[in-house]
Design a protein around this ligand. Structure first.
Ligand code: AMP
Length: 415
C-alpha cells in the first residue's frame, strides 16, 4: 500500500509517502518514496520543498492560502510527469491517508478510521490542545474536501501510547472534581516516537514486548521522557499540555505554579501573556538569551558563554532527575534510549545526562557516544553496563503509516 502520511501544523504541511504493508513490517522492507514540507501556509510567499526519493528536490516560493491549497499543490506535483515517485503516477496510487493528531483526550487510546463522529470528537479535544488540534483538523477536512470518501483516512494520536498510565501517574493532586468535570489530568505527548523507539529496541535486542523495561528520552525542540514497563507507558513527563516536564527549546517544562501569580503581580503581563512566555520564550532560549538550538548553545558554551553553559546544565539536570524518578518507579530498567534531534546528535548532552549515574548501573562508553551522530542507531554504554544506553533514531512517520495499514486492514496492533 502507498500511505500518504500527513502532519499539519498551524502554518505548515509536512508529508511523506510510505510504501508499506502488513507483510513488510517484520523485515522492515517498507520505505519512504517521497517527502515534503510546505511552510508559511496562509502567506503569499509560502516555502515549498517536495522530494521524490532519489530525485532532486523541487523548491519554490508561491502563494498558498490554506491547508487545502497546500495539499492540492502536493497533488499537482505528484501528478506532474516530471515527478518520478516510485510506484506513483497519480492520487489513485495512494490507498490511505494517515494523519498525525496531537490530542486524543481520554477517548482515543489507539489509531482509528476517521468518520464524522471521530471528526467531532477530535474537535472536542481541541480545547485541550488549542495550538495543535485545530491545525490537524484542517488537514483532515482539506483531505475530505479534495478526496471525499474515496480514500480512507486514519488518525494517529500523540497521546494514545500513554493511555496505559495508571491512575496515580496521570492524576494531579488537585481537587478531584476538576478531573471529573474538566478532564484535567496528565495525557502525555510524543507517544508515537516513544512507542517507535521502544519497539525498535525490542527488535534490536530480540526480546518480547513484555520484557521491555526502558526509559525513552525524546529530546528535540520539544522534549519528553517516558517510563515504559513491560512494553507499556506507565508515566511520562508532559502533562495536560506539552508544557510540563523537561526543559525544551522555548518551553520551561516544570516550574513552581506559584511563579505565574508572582510574575502577574509584578506586572509582567496577563496570565495569557505569561503562558506565552513559558511556551515561547523560556527553556533553552530563555536561559541562554541567544538561541533555542542546541548546536548554537554547544558552540557558545565552548566559547565560555555563561548563560549558554547554564542552559545546558539545567537541561541535562532535568533529564537526569527524571531518569532517577523513573528508575525508582520501575525498580530499575534494562535501557535508556535517546532519540530526536538532540538525543540523536548531541554527544555533549548525552554525556552530561549520563555522567554520575554509574552507581545506578549506567556506564557510558565515550568513544561509542562520539560515534552516535547523524541518524546512527547504536548502543553507547560500556560492555557490562548494567543499564544499557542506546541512541535510536525516531521515525514517527513510519509508525503512522503502519498504524494506517493496520486500521485499514483491521489487523491487531502488535506494537
Ligand atoms: P527535532 O525537534 O527532533 O527536529 O530536534 C530539533 C533540535 O535538535 C534542534 O533545535 C537542535 O537543538 C537539535 N539538534 C539537531 N542537530 C543537532 C546536532 N548536530 N547537535 C546538537 N543538537 C542538534
Amino acid at each position: 500500500m502507498n500511505v500518504f502520511v500527513l502532519n499539519c501544523g498551524s502554518s505548515s504541511v509536512k508529508f511523506q509517502i510510505i510504501n508499506t504493508d502488513l507483510d513488510m513490517f517484520e523485515n522492515d522492507s517498507d520505505h519512504r518514496v517521497a517527502k515534503g514540507l510546505i511552510e508559511r501556509v496562509g502567506k503569499d510567499d509560502a516555502i515549498i520543498r517536495l522530494e521524490a526519493e532519489g530525485q532532486e528536490a523541487v523548491k519554490a516560493v508561491e502563494p498558498i492560502h490554506d491547508h487545502r491549497e497546500a495539499i492540492l499543490r502536493i497533488k499537482k506535483w505528484m501528478e506532474d510527469p516530471n515527478t518520478k515517485i516510485q510506484g506513483i503516477h497519480s492520487w489513485d496510487d495512494i490507498q490511505a491517508i494517515g494523519h498525525r493528531v496531537v490530542h486524543g483526550g481520554e477517548k482515543f487510546t489507539k489509531s482509528v478510521k476517521i468518520d464524522k463522529d471521530v471528526l467531532s470528537e477530535i474537535e472536542e479535544c481541541s480545547d485541550l490542545a488549542p495550538l495543535h488540534n485545530p491545525a490537524n483538523l484542517k488537514g483532515i477536512q482539506a483531505c475530505y474536501e479534495i478526496f471525499g470518501d474515496k480514500i480512507l483516512q486514519v488518525a494517529v494520536f500523540d497521546t494514545a501510547f500513554h493511555s496505559t498510565m495508571p491512575e496515580e501517574a496521570y492524576m494531579y493532586a488537585i481537587p478531584l472534581e476538576y478531573y471529573e468535570k474538566y478532564k484535567v489530568r496528565r495525557y502525555g505527548f510524543h507517544g508515537t516516537s516513544h512507542r517507535y523507539v521502544a519497539y525498535r529496541y525490542r527488535k534490536l535486542v530480540k526480546i518480547p514486548r513484555e520484557e521491555v523495561n526502558v526509559i525513552t528520552l525524546h529530546l528535540g525542540n520539544g522534549c519528553s521522557a517516558a517510563a515504559i514497563q513491560k512494553g507499556k507507558s506507565i508515566n511520562t513527563t508532559m502533562g495536560l499540555t506539552p508544557l510540563e516536564g523537561l526543559v525544551m527549546g522555548t518551553r520551561s517544562g516544570d516550574i513552581d505554579p506559584a511563579i505565574i501569580e508572582y510574575l502577574f503581580n509584578k506586572g509582567i503581563g496577563s496570565v495569557a501573556e505569561i503562558f506565552n512566555i513559558l511556551n515561547k520564550k523560556s527553556g533553552l532560549m530563555g536561559v541562554s538569551g541567544i538561541s533555542n538550538d542546541m548546536r548554537d548553545l554547544e558552540k557558545a558554551a565552548a566559547e565560555g558563554h555563561h548563560r549558554a553553559q547554564l542552559a545546558l546544565k539545567i537541561f541535562a539536570l532535568r533529564v537526569k532527575k527524571y531518569i532517577g524518578a523513573y528508575m525508582a518507579e520501575m525498580n530499575g530498567v534494562n535501557a535508556i534510549i535517546f532519540t530526536a534531534g538532540i538525543g540523536e546528535n548531541s554527544v555533549l548532552i548525552r554525556k552530561m545526562v549520563c555522567e554520575g549515574l554509574e552507581n545506578l548501573g549506567l556506564e557510558l562508553d565515550d568513544e561509542l557516544n562520539k560515534q552516535a551522530v547523524g541518524g546512527k542507531c547504536l548502543k553507547i554504554s560500556k560492555e557490562g553496563s548494567r543499564v544499557a544506553v542506546w541512541v535510536i533514531p525516531t521515525n514517527e512517520e513510519l509508525l503512522l503509516a503502519r498504524d494506517t495499514v493496520r486500521v485499514v486492514k483491521d489487523a491487531p496492533r502488535r506494537w
